[in-house]
Design a protein around this ligand. Sequence first.
Ligand code: BEZ
Ligand code: FE
Length: 286
Amino acid sequence: MAYATEDNITDLAVERWATAEDPRLAELMTGLVTHLHDFAREVRLTEQEWITAMGWLAATGQISDEKREEFILASDVLGLSMLVVQMNNRFAADATPATVLGPFHIDGSPAAPYGWDMSDGIDGIPFFITGAVRSTTGAPVPNAVLDVWQADADGNYESQLGIEEARLRAKYQAREDGTYCLRSIVPRGYAIPMDGPVGDLISRTEISYFRPAHIHFLFEEPGFERLVTHLFAEGTEYLDDDVVFGTKAELITRFVQHDGGVAPDGTTIDGPFVTAEYDFALQPEG
Ligand code: BEZ
Ligand code: FE
């Protein structure tokens, strides 16, 4: 084998990584090596810059734990998460499109019946979303489960508050005809976590570090493609410069203000509340 030179090192490294037993791993690693080397050549990476970059990667790992997902955040702000979402969720034009999962989803949310209030006791304006879960064929998805999560009015998710009980998240079950009703509080736009390595990098740019007001949904229905998506509030701030590139026109929903009256769950509310309607269209598998 030849010793490495500036000219042959990429070929040598590709040759080595091509020996991975799993052919897909070999493809991923040889592609990665090629692009990393091309990147280093193109920008003429200095030794000091590479040491700084590795320090940043180490810090990103060190701040991460099961509640703090700094690498997901890094992937999100680089636009890589959204690129991977787009490539892997090429649904029909009438299917509800996918967007980023983000770092704040928690598995195992409590089951919630039609109309349940997942914001019980948390400050905010009451918010109701109603609609149906359907196939793109138009058929209802009976008893579909809507795994829902959102931030509170201060922009904090449960995992950021270090609490153990489920907060502003639930798995709603739709009815036999696919219709659902959820109650929460009106979501607001918020800043992504800026107190770590990702925030440090962003703060050296003019990038807006906010996300527009939204609520998250995840569907895992047998016979349908998995769908990770959000609903965004129409007219809200940051729709055009979402720091994680997650906004999609089809997911922007009208949030209707009410001064009081009968809410979609049949209860009477004295003060202001907000309603939204959205029918989710799931893409059949295959
Ligand atoms: C979120 O919407 O929860 C989120 C997504 C990506 C980065 C940060 C937050
Ligand atoms: Fe969010």
